[in-house]
Design a protein around this ligand. Structure first.
Ligand SMILES: NC(=O)c1ccc[n+]([C@@H]2O[C@H](COP(=O)([O-])OP(=O)(O)OC[C@H]3O[C@@H](n4cnc5c(N)ncnc54)[C@H](OP(=O)(O)O)[C@@H]3O)[C@@H](O)[C@H]2O)c1
Length: 311
């Protein structure tokens, strides 16, 4: 079985490679925007901002499974670069889908809580109405629609508040700023489920295994949108407080900074964020027979990894 991983150098792509679970399931080819890999291994070039180039690569590699961890993820910058974001997150996903449909391949693709406007009061169901607040959310929604209409077998996995021991994320920003400052001001009126990349990798592999062992009817039932997020929810303020508490307990930091709660209005950003980003993940758990752990479990693992690296 040929597996193609796109976005090898992103938070999620790196975690897939480090975990090794894709390589254990088939012949894995990793691809990145520029053909490099952070671990120095070689990779194919797959630039999703040039969707027309992807078919040649797919024809050569002939993947049975395409795992798309690549995305334009600069939420604020997307307000200025919506065309580029839409090419990468929308059009390119349509090209992957069309190729997969024609060659009976499976596409595993990731989307986001930002397809919702955040006005709900209860966890979003997979079929809840979408209404993105900004350009990034619109571009990711375009990708969802392109994949669905491509006719390809797919697992469209919406996730949220993604972080890892590596890469650009809220946890690493907090630890850096916390070491520099006595006090941090963190938004307390947005709710979501911080989801570690390792949580995503393990749950994706469980879904892939269920897919592989399923018959045609079971696969039809699995094709579609699923919410792959950690269980429970908190605010960015709650997440920041838990990061410092855990990091202190595990000896990663010597001092816990004060974490002041502020409102979204006090921290204006170019792109508006949903106030309520909580996705109902019960469908994923039932469909794939896989328990999604509480967000705190992922946090403990990531802090443990960072503590080990720091020793
Ligand atoms: N981060 C979050 O909080 C969050 C929340 C909800 C959903 N998601 C979704 O989860 C998935 C994984 O996100 P992540 O956090 O791992 O993102 P990430 O760390 O920003 O990684 C994205 C990767 O995509 C690559 N990329 C960007 N433009 C590209 C292009 N034109 N061609 C090829 N590759 C390109 C980047 O390449 P370079 O390394 O060359 O820049 C980067 O390696 C994405 O679908 C994202 O939309 C993320």
């Amino acid at each position: 079985m040929n597996i193609l991983l796109l976005g090898a150098n992103g938070q999620l792509g790196r975690s897939f490679l480090e975990h090794g679970g894709l390589a254990a399931r088939g012949h894995l080819t990793a691809a990145s925007r520029d053909g490099t890999r952070t671990d120095g291994e070689s990779a194919e070039v797959a630039d999703l901002s040039r969707p027309d180039t992807l078919t040649t690569l797919l024809d050569r590699l002939r993947p049975d499974i395409i795992v798309n961890a690549a995305a334009y993820t600069a939420v604020d910058r997307a307000e200025q670069e919506e065309d580029l974001a839409t090419r990468v997150n929308g059009e390119a996903v349509g090209v992957l889908g069309k190729w997969a449909a024609a060659h009976h391949a499976l596409v595993i693709h990731y989307s986001t809580d930002y397809v919702f406007d955040g006005s709900a009061k209860a966890p979003y169901a997979v079929d809840a109405a979408t209404a993105p607040l900004g350009a990034y959310g619109r571009s990711k929604l375009a990708g969802e629609q392109a994949l669905k209409s491509s006719g390809a077998a797919h697992l469209l996995l919406r996730t949220a508040w993604v972080y890892a021991p590596h890469g650009h994320n809220f946890l690493r920003t907090m630890l850096r700023l916390g070491a520099e400052r006595e006090e941090l001001r963190v938004v307390a009126d947005q709710q979501g489920a911080p989801t570690s990349t390792d949580t995503i990798v393990r749950a994706t592999l469980a879904a892939l295994d269920a897919w592989q062992s399923g018959n045609a009817e079971q696969r039809r039932a699995m094709t579609g949108t699923h919410h792959l997020v950690a269980s429970g929810h908190t605010s960015w303020h709650g997440f920041a407080s838990a990061i410092f508490q855990t990091a202190h307990e595990r000896g990663l930091i010597a001092r816990i900074p004060r974490v002041a709660a502020i409102t979204t209005a006090e921290f204006p950003t170019p792109a508006q964020r949903p106030a309520w980003s909580v996705l109902d993940n019960t469908g994923f758990q039932q469909r794939f027979g896989y328990a999604l752990p509480d967000w705190q479990a992922g946090l403990h693992e990531v802090i443990d990894t960072l503590s080990t690296q720091a020793r």
